[in-house]
Design a protein around this ligand. Structure first.
Ligand SMILES: Nc1ncnc2c1ncn2[C@@H]1O[C@H](COP(=O)(O)OP(=O)(O)OP(=O)(O)O)[C@@H](O)[C@H]1O
Length: 260
């Protein structure tokens, strides 16, 4: 089945940007990710969805080389997470924006553009993509929370990375801006960028080609939005996800894999 998108079905890309096999992560005494096996197709939008605390940020940190994993194999753009060769190829938008509060919006994005060897014009295009042209000359410290997050997003976009990992990029945004950003993400994917986007808003799943559904550190399923609607017997993806959770055995993923 082809993945459904807002623009209609697209061909499922064959090449994998990320491959994980039996990935297991402990933080302290807790098993935070439990034997995850999945792949993320190149040039696609993959949604990482699950309740708060299900392990989304931890998984993103593994891919970025920021989180040690206990066992398993992970390949990111053909290299090991954290490999030097990946630095220029990855973009990461974290939940806590790491931008300079004492710089203007424009200067923040231009600074990150310089780090990645991009032009001022590309920096200005990133500011425009996140809808911050009216605020471009303002000090970042004076922005609202949602605007602040968008500066961070522009800084992640401006490097034009091959793999863009974003932790809840649309949180706190109004519906119009959210829709514009998803259009932008779609254009990036059409241009060959691979996007991994976390959210706990199931409605956002519709914009993705593939979904990784996490629950309590387990991969409940990897499937398209259409397949989620079918398996959860509901066009409302939130309800479909809930139905899948209820159908799965308590304390065990649908795939039945147990921790090592
Ligand atoms: N430093 C830590 N030490 C021990 N456990 C941790 C640590 N950081 C996170 N955890 C636990 O790991 C689990 C997964 O956390 P993670 O932040 O990856 O979830 P999440 O799905 O991104 O949540 P949210 O949607 O709320 O951001 C949670 O149970 C959390 O309490």
């Amino acid at each position: 089945m082809l993945p459904a998108t807002a623009d209609g079905p697209v061909a499922r890309p064959t090449e994998a940007a990320v491959l994980a096999r039996n990935l297991h992560v402990r933080r302290g005494r807790a098993h935070v990710l439990r034997n995850l096996t999945f792949s993320i197709p190149s040039g696609s939008i993959t949604g990482l969805l699950g309740p708060s605390g299900s392990g989304k940020t931890t998984l993103m940190r593994v891919l970025m080389g920021l989180q040690v994993f206990r066992s398993g194999d992970v390949t990111v753009l053909g290299a090991s997470p954290g490999a030097r060769v990946l630095r220029a190829q990855l973009g990461y938008m974290t939940q806590s924006p790491s931008v300079y509060r004492d710089l203007t919006v424009r200067d923040n994005v231009r600074y990150f553009a310089t780090l990645h060897g991009r032009s001022r014009a590309q920096a200005d295009a990133a500011v425009e993509a996140v809808g911050l042209v009216p605020e471009a000359a303002r000090l970042t410290a004076s922005l609202s929370g949602g605007q602040f997050n968008r500066v961070s997003l522009a800084c992640a976009l401006v490097g034009d990375p091959q793999l863009l990992v974003m932790d809840e990029p649309t949180v706190g945004l109004d519906p119009v801006l959210r829709a514009e950003l998803w259009d932008h993400f779609r254009r990036l994917a059409q241009g060959g960028t691979t996007l991994l986007v976390s959210s706990h808003v199931m409605e956002e799943a519709r914009h993705c080609d593939e979904l990784l559904l996490l629950r309590e550190g387990r991969l409940l399923a990897q499937l398209s939005p259409a397949e989620l609607a079918e398996r959860g017997h509901n066009q409302d993806l939130e309800q479909a996800f809930l139905a899948m959770i209820q159908e799965s055995a308590p304390d065990e993923g649908v795939d039945g894999r147990e921790e090592s």
